[in-house]
Design a protein around this ligand. Sequence first.
Ligand code: SF4
Ligand code: MG
Length: 327
Amino acid sequence: MKKLLEIKNLEVCFYLDSAIPAVDGVSFDVYEGETLCVVGESGCGKSVTSLSIMQLVATPPGRYLNGEILYRGKNLLGYSTDEMTKIRGKEISMIFQEPMTALNPVHRVGKQIGEALRIHEGYDKKEAFKESIEMLKIVGVPDPVRCANSFPYQLSGGMRQRVMIAMAISCNPNMLIADEPTTALDVTIQQQILDVIKNLKTKTGMTVMFITHDLGVVAEIADRVVVMYAGKVVEEACVKDLFANPLHPYTRALLKCIPRVDEKRDKLDDIKGIVPNPASFPSGCRFHPRCEEAIKICKTIVPEEVTLGDRRVSCHLVTQKAKECRL
Ligand code: SF4
Ligand code: MG
């Protein structure tokens, strides 16, 4: 498969009271036509990574310290504001967790969906509004004409998220980045939004990068998975391998958090402790204070990344095993 996007050694730091390394040497590729899930708890650098692709990190206080984001071989981090405007919406689109903050409260949603068509495709007002109704049909809005004529506050959360998706796909982008688009919604609506994205992908073949903390969602939509912890990628694998044989203790801990229908549990397993504050990451493996499998060197030495076929992982236990196998 062809690479659509290559993130290479990305480092993003925020300069607030102290320097906060939100993304610390992150590398991964996104292949054309796949659904790649980036998974991890809040505060692991997933959103900052995706905002960096769109050059939407506020600078300052943020700063891109290092790395490249190659889209079809060209480094987006070197693009001017004008060049990025041509990419956003037309080549790569993004949807967010809370559509209310992304929608303009004083404009009818039809007008807002049509906006990108007017900018990128030269539609006039009337054509753009008409096309926005078609887009709303595609994302399964029951009464698209009424919806197009509504203001955002008149719609439910699930409807607003459909509007956001309609907006994001209006110019037929190659890639959709979805940052926790279902997190704020209740379970039934969550499923409906996932179905909308899955159907779109089947119909258009677009590439999807889906950010979530929920491995249940990952199981449903991902082809491949990147697991992030404390600003770094800790594991990458195809979805089947990741679920069948998770190599990183953090991935295993996340998997334990998925509720299962065949198991009776009073309480879902949580991962003990909290994601560390980026202003003071732990030494050695950043997961060591929470890791149930930690060994002595985990406290002091940063694990190196091991590549095993098409997967990679950073954990001392895996490095040791790999060495033993080679002996
Ligand atoms: Fe746990 Fe050590 Fe592996 Fe880190 S390196 S995940 S602390 S076993
Ligand atoms: Mg986030």
